[in-house]
Design a protein around this ligand. Structure first.
Ligand SMILES: [Zn+2]
Length: 456
């Protein structure tokens, strides 16, 4: 049974979605004003792995991510670069999606831009004003944190401590409480703006998440993920907004937060010159290596990115490659030779692997099991299938070189079938499909492509 560490309760809890096998997951997306860095990569690789794992366990996952395509940082950077905010924002959104594709992060069901949900945002703010949780002052509409008694429950901070200066808290002398945050910012001359029942302006950062999540999931959903640094004030604000507006709680059943990433023991910062973008990384190393470095650490632990860690990881990947090479050699041997070898089942390893994964996605432990399997020398087809299965969510076990190859005659049949499909000759295409299955391969048509898999 899968257990997840819930930031809200500070405990590992048995995982059970609100409704059957349906899992609604929201992860905070990017503010596209610059290239994404390896800290972003860490968070998104982790949730990609989790979603693919859940899908393998037959959960029906809807993975929603917002894109903060309007924000103070975007406006400021666009001004510096003398380009429009929308050009800047769309450019870096495109770069972000390219980076994700390179890292095989492709499990997001929907990317939702804030500016495409202005209507939903306005509806939520209206509800908060009506219920007395929000108020208007000279520069915008603000949320009154003193009205929400649970404020601070997730981050375990009191409203008073919340008065400490924190990043992205909006400053205004007219605010009722120092920790109050902006829901709708009135536009200054020349700033991008949208019409509203109050004055033209733009949404605050926190409100877009709850407006978008409610649009797709309703007022409550299963999992909310993000970097640990977002717990306060961002996620606290989300709870305050949605629970106050809907009167239902909790907003989210499981809050999952990823640990910090440091570079050679230091926080990554442009000023320190240790800022590593995903693009920089991929110039020198493979995407496979980054996925491996991320997943060989537990998602909640701090991850220190060092030259030595890269060196170690490269060596370990080599070991995996060697093992797969050995398996391929071994299963190519004539049958009588194989019969002489003791064929011990690998179910013990599979069981231990699953136990580790079900324990709050303990990937370092799960990987230790894989390395034990490697050391055991069980170079059997069973081991290969097991590794193939894990690679559906890990994406670092097989390299381009060791990826299972589909035989040429199968590929020819798949191509032929595709031709008949295009001509809508279903009878003929089904016939060929059966032929492919008889030869031991499985064909599956998705929206983008036809997938071919060896039948186990
Ligand atoms: Zn967010």
């Amino acid at each position: 049974m899968l257990k997840l560490y819930n930031t809200l309760s500070r405990k590992k809890e048995a995982f059970g979605p609100l409704k059957g096998k349906k899992v609604n997951l929201f992860v905070c997306g990017v503010t596209p004003y610059d290239f994404t860095h390896i800290g972003h990569a860490r968070t998104y690789i982790i949730f990609d792995m989790m979603v693919k794992y859940l899908k393998q366990k037959n959960y029906n996952v809807f993975y929603l991510q917002n894109i903060t395509d309007i924000d103070d940082k975007i406006i400021k950077r666009a001004k510096e670069k003398r380009i429009s905010w929308i050009n800047l924002s769309r450019k870096f959104e495109k770069e972000y999606l390219k980076d994700m594709k390179a890292l095989k992060v492709n499990s997001v069901t929907k990317y939702a831009r804030a500016t495409e949900h202005i209507k939903d945002i306005i509806i939520q703010i209206k509800r908060l004003l009506k219920k007395g949780y929000a108020y208007q002052i000279e520069d915008g509409i603000y949320y009154d944190i003193s009205r929400f008694k649970d404020y601070g429950r997730l981050s375990r901070r009191t409203a008073l401590a919340a008065e400490d200066a924190v990043s992205r808290i909006d400053e205004s002398k007219q605010k009722k409480n120092k920790g109050d945050f902006c829901l709708w910012k009135f536009a200054k001359p020349g700033e991008p703006s949208w019409p509203s029942p109050w004055r033209i302006g733009r949404p605050g950062w926190h409100i877009e998440d709850t407006a978008i999540a409610e649009k797709f999931f309703g007022p409550r959903y299963d999992i909310h993920g993000g970097g640990r640094d977002l717990t306060f004030p961002h996620h606290e604000a989300e709870i305050a907004q949605m629970e106050a507006a809907s009167g239902k709680k909790p907003l989210v059943k499981y809050w999952l937060h990823t640990g910090f990433l440091t570079v050679e023991g230091k926080k990554m910062a442009k000023s320190l010159g240790n800022f590593i973008t995903i693009k920089d990384f991929l110039k020198k190393h493979s995407a496979r290596l980054l996925r491996f470095i991320v997943l060989k650490n537990h998602y909640r632990s701090p991850l220190d990115y060092t030259e030595n860690a890269i060196f170690q990881a490269e060596k370990e990947l080599q070991r995996i490659d060697e093992f797969i090479g050995q398996i391929r050699n071994s299963i190519r041997q004539p049958a009588d030779k194989i019969q002489n070898k003791p064929q011990i089942s690998i179910s013990k390893f599979q069981k231990e692997f699953n136990t580790a994964m079900e324990d709050d996605f303990n990937t370092p432990k799960a990987l230790a099991v894989i390395f034990r399997l490697i050391r055991s020398g069980k170079t059997t087809e069973e081991s290969l299938s097991f590794l193939e299965e894990t690679d559906e969510f890990f994406h670092f076990i097989f390299s381009k070189k060791t990826k299972p190859k589909i035989p040429k005659d199968i590929l020819i049949l798949v191509e032929l079938r595709e031709k008949y499909r295009q001509r809508k000759n279903w009878l003929k295409s089904d016939e060929i499909r059966k032929e492919i299955i008889d030869l031991g391969y499985w064909v599956e048509d998705t929206e983008e492509e036809t997938k071919i898999k060896k039948i186990k």
